[in-house]
Design a binder for this molecule. Sequence first.
Ligand SMILES: Cc1cc2nc3c(=O)[nH]c(=O)nc-3n(C[C@H](O)[C@H](O)[C@H](O)COP(=O)(O)OP(=O)(O)OC[C@H]3O[C@@H](n4cnc5c(N)ncnc54)[C@H](O)[C@@H]3O)c2cc1C
Length: 429
Amino acid sequence: MDTQVLIIGAGPTGLTLAVDLARRGVAFRIVDAAPQPFHGSRGKGLQPRSMEVFDDLGVIDEILASGRFHLRMRHYRGHEVVREIDMHEGHYPTPETPYASTLVIPQFRVEQILRDRLASLGGKVEYGMSLTDFTQDDHGVTATINGTDVRASHLVGCDGGKSFVRKHLGVGFVGETWEDQRMLVGDVRATGLDREFWHGWGDETGFLGLCPLPGTDLYQFQATGDGDFQEIVNARTGRSDIVIEEVTWSSLYRVNIRMVDRFRVGRVFLAGDAAHVHSPAGGQGMNTGIQDAYNLGWKLGLDALLDTYETERMPVAEWLLGLTTRLHQSRSMKRDDDTLQLNLSYRTDDAPGLRAGDRMPDGLTESGRIFDLLRGPHFTTLDRADGPILVRPDGYIAAIGESAIDTYFRQTPVAQRDHRRVAVGDRPA
Ligand SMILES: Cc1cc2nc3c(=O)[nH]c(=O)nc-3n(C[C@H](O)[C@H](O)[C@H](O)COP(=O)(O)OP(=O)(O)OC[C@H]3O[C@@H](n4cnc5c(N)ncnc54)[C@H](O)[C@@H]3O)c2cc1C
């Protein structure tokens, strides 16, 4: 074998997986067909659950320093502000939920922070390396990259919405494309706007949004339809004082709502946009890819529970397509807990209270903050006065109570390989 895991694509999904594998000491390569990192902002909303992932991966300080919470949105008629809202009003950190609302941060910054973390762990993206073919057998995958064969135990297609990996596997991408719903997006330098606000104009005939991207002098431009950036600004705002000085990235976006019918074929996995695409409403795309990767990383590290990747992430993809389509159609700017992705659970029943499959909330204990105790690639048993909780490496509960934990370890002996037990007294969440 040349390597254990071959990651195709270095967007947020592939990079998250690479960082997770690097800190686990799992051998991997990450290749990207592009000659260099993508410079457009694309996704710009990082959800609280992704911040919890980044807390675990050791990049949360850099992420928080590069983004902005509670960016207020101003809706105008021409110059007149007709409405000003904080989409996340009332959402503030608590001991159980340290990241409580969406952080505005350009995707290119998230990717840069992940690349830097990867470098600190000794890894790097190989750019200009394109996957053009692969085959698999009982023992591994042989992938052709820039004409050379690479042998790996597993291959993960994090290669975006047009995924070569998905197409080559012949996996269905079921759903629809709304041909009539085009959106012009881009990063622009503009004058005449206050960078303290996200600015919006529009009605049922079309909208225009200009969102300041923290840590840059750019705005992300989003408008329904197509055309010239300045002409759209003039037409939608009725103003002449907003001047688009430069467009550094632009893309005409069509709403695609599709997901795969399989997340795994043998030794090959699909993650991120390769597995699901949807409306950008609600800012879920980059986040769901980050969490696909985080769900898969520890399973690849253990070479166990690999089937549960599909059983756990497929329902999330279904939920995601429903949520984003609903937000897109309603045009509502109101964001509830669903969009924060904190309520997502892998539990299999509806019983009340904390259950196996739920996200382990943060909280203060006699031994310190729970997220500090969980941080790292290992399983953790939190020994509480009222019984132990076994937490998976991705922060979800594996089992509650001594006998359920014994059963879990009996069924998955490798899970005990890297396991810590911490007494937390009687004050956990
Ligand atoms: C125009 C546009 C606007 C968007 N706006 C938003 C938004 O406002 N909010 C939001 O949440 N999301 C938005 N998204 C979606 C968000 O950007 C994606 O969900 C996110 O990028 C998915 O990450 P990924 O890592 O799965 O895939 P990508 O970021 O697409 O990365 C895939 C990578 O795979 C590489 N690759 C492809 N084929 C090969 C191959 N054969 N060999 C090697 N490498 C390969 C590509 O070069 C690329 O770098 C937008 C996307 C686009 C395109």
